[in-house]
Design a protein around this ligand. Structure first.
Ligand SMILES: [Zn+2]
Ligand SMILES: [Zn+2]
Length: 364
């Protein structure tokens, strides 16, 4: 079928809206009419050519839409169902079998390989391959062929247009707090870097019952926003010594921190301000090869640094839980969203890079 899509023709090029040919869904695939699709930092990294994703390609890995057709083996959803889309995984490796699909041994080839697991591709333009299957989906388009493992059935009483960002950025921030750190009522958390992921972590920290939620950033506007979303304290790390301030506030160190910037100096702060036995969750993505220095004595005192992929989520379980929390008014993630048409994708990318928009969501 013919679809409308935002294509990245080559590395560092702007997105180009084009009409391309989409394959039929195979036995384990779902054809989804996309109602909304998020623009995430990882799309922009792939557009720059910093991921193994081959180009030209259609990106997009946070979709929401309506199922139009399913392959013969698909049992999870049927035509007409509302779905959100998330990352894909193999389902058979040791990590997938132990319920940790975000740690899948084949995560990179399946999510950034540009092809289905069998090596075939899903899209063409004038007889030439356009790579897809980005995170098992490629949703910057009017329609997407989505691997069954990447679709999550969602309730029909919540507007589909707001649900797309749950599939990556929002579940990452919320999952880091709930699944990885396992924050509990009365626990204390400091979040370094306040974008859509950091704000999702703040909302989740409130849900978890954290009594002290410290937001750190270098932009005053972001710190005010953090307060609106539930931070109990804010620190501008350009103006104060973040480590000393946190130690002062908490009487020696904090139990949980989250690093959401990908900056090695910020990671150092997020570890140095931990209490004995504390854990730092590392979410921020640094370019390949970036090293960080840590004081070994600090780590020896029972402190942990833990990398977090996709919030350690099982999206089939976690996304419906986040939607329930939203319905109860406890997780107002829709406040992060600004809508754009698919045609405005380059403007959305620019606004996101400049920090003008927290979570751009495109409507094809
Ligand atoms: Zn796997
Ligand atoms: Zn993402």
């Amino acid at each position: 079928m013919k679809i409308k899509a935002a294509v990245v023709p080559e590395a560092k090029s702007p997105f180009v809206i084009d009409e391309i040919e989409l394959d039929e869904p195979r036995e384990n695939e779902v054809l989804v009419r996309i109602v909304s699709t998020g623009l995430c930092h990882t799309d922009l990294v792939a557009r720059m050519g910093f991921l193994p994703m081959p180009l030209p390609a259609v990106l997009g890995h946070e979709g929401a839409g309506i199922v139009e057709k399913v392959g013969s083996q698909v049992t999870k959803v049927k035509a007409g169902d509302h779905v959100a889309t998330s990352f894909t995984s193999c389902g058979t490796c040791r990590m997938c079998r132990s319920g940790k699909p975000s740690w899948c041994a084949l995560f990179k080839p399946l999510n950034f390989g540009g092809r289905r697991a069998d090596g075939s591709t899903t899209m063409k333009k004038g007889g030439k391959t356009v790579y897809g299957s980005f995170f098992g989906q490629s949703t910057h388009a009017s329609h997407a062929i989505v691997n069954e493992r990447s679709v999550v059935k969602v309730p029909t009483d919540v507007p589909l247009e707001i649900l797309s960002p749950l599939g990556c950025g929002i579940q990452t921030g919320a999952g880091a707090v709930i699944n990885t750190l396992k924050a509990y009522p009365g626990s204390e958390l400091a979040i370094f870097g306040i974008g859509s992921v950091g704000l999702s972590a703040i909302m989740a920290a409130r849900v978890a019952g954290c009594t002290r939620i410290i937001a750190l950033d270098i932009v005053e506007e972001r710190l005010n926003l953090a307060k609106d979303f539930g931070a109990t304290h804010t620190l501008n790390s350009m103006k104060v010594n973040a480590v000393e301030e946190i130690q002062k506030m908490t009487g020696g160190g904090i139990e949980f921190t989250l690093e959401c910037t990908g900056n090695p100096k910020v990671l150092r702060q997020a570890v140095d301000c931990l209490m004995l036995g504390g854990t730092c969750g590392l979410i921020g993505v640094a370019p390949m090869g970036v090293e960080a220095s840590l004081d070994m004595q600090t780590l020896l005192d029972a402190r942990t640094v833990r990398g977090v992929i996709e919030g350690d989520c099982n999206p089939d379980l976690f996304i419906p839980q986040l939607i329930d929390l939203y319905k109860q008014g406890k997780f107002p993630f829709d406040k992060l969203i600004k809508f754009y048409s698919l045609e405005e994708i380059n403007e959305a990318a620019e606004d996101s890079e400049k920090g003008k928009t927290l979570k751009p969501v495109l409507k094809p």
